[in-house]
Design a protein around this ligand. Structure first.
Ligand code: HEC
Length: 172
């Protein structure tokens, strides 16, 4: 009985393997022309020569390093201070800051309560007396326990949030 079972299993495996081979053979033969793959546009891009650059080349306009190396006080807001920018800033505040600084900007965000020191009150004179560039720089590159947000927000989004904070100067 056992021997019989063993033999039928071997037979079954053989048959299935043969069937699979027969089923996939046409696919392997005609399904895909592998020799054409290297002519594909996506592959050709990698065949191009990489432009040669002099050693120690660094970006001088744009790029995160230029911003990071700058003196924060020298950073000027490129956006117009209009209601559109402020509305955009308010929206981004809701995405990126509210969880720590709270809907009232007073530092009472739910997540922020686990921080020491607690998130700053963004309407306070401690914050509002700083220049736009200083506030921008701190949000962007972080300080103490503050998370750096340069890879989370674009610089224009960050400037828009600065404009929004400014619109709340003196509380409202
Ligand atoms: C993960 C929590 C968290 C998020 C998100 C966060 N902050 Fe903060 N923020 C803090 C904490 C904590 C402090 C206080 C840090 C300290 O004094 O060491 C702080 C302080 C600040 C200060 C005070 C700077 C100073 O000189 O004392 C500003 C301005 C500020 N945050 C702006 C923002 C803005 C704008 C956003 C959103 C773009 C943001 N933060 C997102 C936690 C957060």
């Amino acid at each position: 009985m056992k021997a019989f079972q063993g033999a039928s299993i071997v037979q079954f495996v053989r048959r299935t393997t043969l069937l699979c081979l027969l089923a996939f053979a046409p696919l392997a033969l005609f399904g895909c022309n592998y020799s054409e793959m290297r002519d594909d546009e996506a592959v050709q891009a990698y065949n191009q020569e990489f432009p040669q650059m002099p050693k120690k080349t660094i970006p001088v306009d744009g790029g995160i390093w230029v911003e990071r190396e700058a003196n924060p006080v020298d950073l000027a807001d490129p956006l117009p201070s209009d209601s559109q920018t402020i509305a955009r800033g308010a929206e981004r505040y809701g995405f990126y800051c509210v969880q720590c600084h709270g809907p009232g900007l007073d530092g009472n965000g739910t997540v922020g309560q686990s921080f020491a020191p607690l998130p700053a009150n963004l309407e306070s004179s401690d914050v509002q007396d700083q220049s736009d560039g200083e506030i921008f720089y701190k949000i962007r590159f972080g300080f103490n326990r503050h998370p750096p947000l340069y890879s989370t927000m674009t610089d224009n989004e960050t400037w828009a949030v600065v404009r929004f904070l400014r619109s709340k100067r003196g509380g409202s």
